[in-house]
Design a protein around this ligand. Sequence first.
Ligand code: HSE
Length: 434
Amino acid sequence: MPCTGGNRHLKTVTVGLLGCGTVGEGLLNLLAEERDEIAARAGVEIRVTKALVRRKDAPRKAPTKGIEFTTRLERVIDDPQIDVVVELIGGTDVALKGVEGALRRGKHVVTANKAIISQYGDRLLKLAAQHRCGLAYEGAVAASIPILQSLDHGLAGEKFDLVAGILNGTTNVILTRMGSEGAEFADALAYAQEAGFAEADPTLDISGQDTAHKLVILVHKAFGVRVPLRALPVQGIDDVTPEDIEHARQFGYGFKLLGIARVTDLGLDVRVHPMLLPIAHPLASVSEEFNAIYLHGRGIGPMIFYGRGAGSRPTARAVLGDLVKVASDDGALVPRLSMRAETAIKLAPAGRTTLMYYFRVTFTDQPHVLATVTNILDECRVEVHRIHAMGRQQGTIVMLTHPAVERNMQRAISRMNRLRYMTEPAKLFPMLEY
Ligand code: HSE
């Protein structure tokens, strides 16, 4: 990286920004506020000179003096003065083109884009290694929490049995508010959108896909395994009702959208679900837009990382961390493919691992429903350990199971759903046992 700074010890690094929305503005604000601190601590001056935007005249909530705004990607990535490209557009179209284009031109890349890293990560890491460029993406997972750097460095040799994370701020806001304030789903989502937590298309948050993107990246760092997105069972929160959150609470459990990866006898089991977890579990008290990652290492036992997982400044903080690192030591983030841990662990076959489950069925009043349900469970080899049954005209049965093979549980639920007196499809959510 060229040394163009005026101060004898200060290296000036020139940055081209792709996207100047919520996170881009957060980054420009942090850079302006922390300029002296960064210069003093890291010996670098970070100067943003160009920014790719959709509309050049849009109002910006950040200082933009000295930045040329452009609507043409090439104006940024073809600029020989630009050392580092920071991609904050999101999505997989222009963002992917921009990241690949920048790496091919020998520029370091910092991105917060979980969609491209989870789907094209191997290809991009290879490209970065070929061109001797840094590729850093701490902001892609759990915003302000430095989990990827920790897995790469401090925890490099640790072997994990479990990684479980609340990785999406928007859905955590929704579940928190539905549970504690009885808020409506739509109102809680509107708040998360207003606060700048939700994706441009919030379906990605609600459906669990955003969590899946982040989990794929996390699993790659923690287990050295690249899980194809399509191989991941993903259940969103659209099915969760305040009633389920209340039933869980009465059983002594909290309700969270979790991305989990656990080592089982059959291999690595990776999945995204709204899950019940004991109220005393450290993840159960993580509320609003906060994220947390709970790890269980063979050497270290349990460990938890906690912090703001969405929003302008928390995400910009992670991006700036990568930027300072790449600016102060331009070799530090070049992927070392030959040294990347490859593990022999295989993915567990679909439907074969065991989990404990919560399920709820509702039915018009009929005699013997409880007996019929327990009979089906028995035939499908699912054992129950707690039951709440209530109602007369409109009955509800809620059960918690012992560990059951996933496909057996699903078979039991399909049989229950076929009973003519069930009024809606059964709700089924797994539980975190650790
Ligand atoms: N939409 C994401 C979330 C943004 O709510 O967590 C941060 O990745």
